[in-house]
Design a protein around this ligand. Structure first.
Ligand SMILES: [Zn+2]
Ligand SMILES: [Zn+2]
Length: 364
C-alpha cells in the first residue's frame, strides 16, 4: 500500500517535472523568439534612422552645391487641384535656401523631399491669396523646431507684416510650450521669431532690389492680378544667371521685360479652354456658384497661349509651368492641356511642372 502510494507520488512528481520542463522550454523559446524579434526590430529601426539621416545630409549637400542653381518646384497645384501642394518654389543658390511662396501643403512637400528646413534663409511671398501662403506659419515654426538658429526674414509687398505677425500671434502659445518642455537650449526662444520685411509699393514697371547676400540678388516687380493688390513677381540673379518667377498674373509688360533672356522663367499657366469647359459643365449641372468662380478666375491668370508667346518673345532659355489650372491627372493631360499648346509658341526647353521637379542651372 505504502509502496503503491509512493509510486503514485513519484509518478505525479515526474509528471509535474515533465510539465514544468515543457512549460520552461516553451517559455525560453517564446522569450528567445521575442528577444530575437525585438533585436531584429531594433536593428531595422536603427537602419531606417541611419538611412534617413544619410539621405537628409546627402540631399542637403547636393542642394547646397555652389556650382549650380537648383530650382525645385515644391508645389505646382492651383486652387482647382483636389490635393497635393499648391504654389511653392525653392531656389538653392550659392549655399542659400530661398523659398518663394508657401501655399497649402508646402511643409509636407518639403519634408518628403528631405529639405534641410533648419537652413531656410528667407521666404518671399508674391501676394496674399492663401494658395501662396497658407503654410507660412508652419514653415516659420518647424524650421525653428528643427534647428533654425537665426530670425527668419519673410519678404513681401505691403501686407506681409500683417500676415507674418498674425502667424506669430497664432503660434505664440505653441512656442512657449516647446521651450517649456524641451528647454531653452533645444528650443531657444530668441530664434523662434520671423521678421516681416515689407517692401515699398511698386508704382511702375521697374524692379526693386529686395534682397542681397553674397552675390545673390532678388528683385521684385509688379504684376497684374487685379483685384489682388499688391501682387509681385521675383527675379533672382547670381553669377550672370537669371531665374524669374511670375507669381499670379495676366500677361504684362513688366513680366515680359524682366524675363528677357532669363535662364529660367517659372510661369503660372491656365488652360482657359479646359477651365471654360469645366465651368460650362458645372453650370449645366446647376452648380451656378462654382461655375461663376470658374468664370471669374479666368480674368486674372495667363492662358497657355499667353505663356508660350511671352516666353518666346522674352527669349527665355527654359520655361517651367506651375500653378497649373487645372492640374493634370496624367501625362496625357499634361501634354494635351499644357505642353502641346505652349510648345506651339515656345521652342526652348519646356518643363510642365510636377510637384518636386528639380531644374538645375549650371553656374560657370
Ligand atoms: Zn492669386
Ligand atoms: Zn494662386
Amino acid at each position: 500500500m505504502m509502496k503503491s502510494r509512493r509510486k503514485k507520488e513519484s509518478i505525479m512528481t515526474k509528471r509535474n517535472l515533465i510539465i514544468g520542463s515543457i512549460i520552461l522550454i516553451i517559455a525560453v523559446l517564446v522569450i528567445g523568439l521575442l528577444f530575437l524579434q525585438g533585436n531584429g526590430t531594433e536593428a531595422a529601426l536603427r537602419r531606417t534612422i541611419i538611412n534617413n539621416l544619410e539621405q537628409d545630409s546627402e540631399t542637403a549637400s547636393e542642394l547646397q552645391r555652389t556650382d549650380r542653381i537648383t530650382i525645385v518646384l515644391v508645389g505646382t497645384g492651383s486652387p482647382l487641384a483636389q490635393a497635393g501642394p499648391q504654389t511653392s518654389t525653392a531656389v538653392f543658390v550659392n549655399g542659400q535656401f530661398l523659398l518663394f511662396d508657401a501655399g497649402n501643403n508646402t511643409l509636407d512637400a518639403m519634408n518628403s523631399l528631405n529639405f534641410p528646413l533648419y537652413e531656410l534663409d528667407a521666404v518671399f511671398i508674391t501676394h496674399f491669396h492663401n494658395d501662396h501662403y497658407a503654410d507660412l506659419g508652419d514653415v516659420m515654426e518647424w524650421s525653428w523646431i528643427w534647428g533654425r538658429r537665426h530670425i527668419l526674414p519673410v519678404y513681401g509687398p505691403i501686407g506681409i507684416t500683417q500676415i507674418v505677425d498674425g502667424f506669430q500671434s497664432a503660434y505664440e502659445l505653441e512656442r512657449s510650450f516647446r521651450t517649456a518642455h524641451h528647454g531653452e537650449e533645444l528650443m531657444p526662444p530668441e530664434w523662434a521669431p520671423s521678421e516681416p520685411i515689407e517692401f515699398a509699393a511698386l508704382t511702375d514697371d521697374s524692379a526693386i532690389v529686395v534682397y542681397e547676400k553674397d552675390g545673390v540678388t532678388v528683385k521684385a516687380f509688379r504684376v497684374n492680378h487685379a483685384p489682388v493688390e499688391p501682387s509681385v513677381g521675383y527675379r533672382i540673379e547670381y553669377a550672370g544667371k537669371v531665374v524669374v518667377l511670375s507669381g499670379d498674373t495676366v500677361r504684362t509688360t513688366s513680366l515680359l521685360e524682366h524675363s528677357r533672356n532669363a535662364d529660367l522663367l517659372v510661369a503660372e499657366a491656365m488652360n482657359k479652354e479646359v477651365v471654360g469647359a469645366i465651368e460650362d459643365i458645372n453650370r449645366e449641372l446647376g452648380y451656378e456658384g462654382q461655375a461663376n468662380i470658374l468664370f471669374d478666375i479666368q480674368d486674372y491668370h495667363m492662358d497657355v497661349s499667353d505663356v508660350g508667346a511671352l516666353a518666346d518673345e522674352a527669349n527665355v532659355k527654359r520655361l517651367a509651368l506651375n500653378h497649373l489650372a487645372p492640374k493634370p491627372q496624367s501625362r496625357r493631360q499634361a501634354n494635351l492641356f499644357f505642353r502641346d499648346p505652349v510648345a506651339e509658341q515656345f521652342s526652348g526647353e519646356l518643363f510642365v511642372g510636377e510637384d518636386g521637379m528639380q531644374i538645375v542651372i549650371p553656374v560657370p
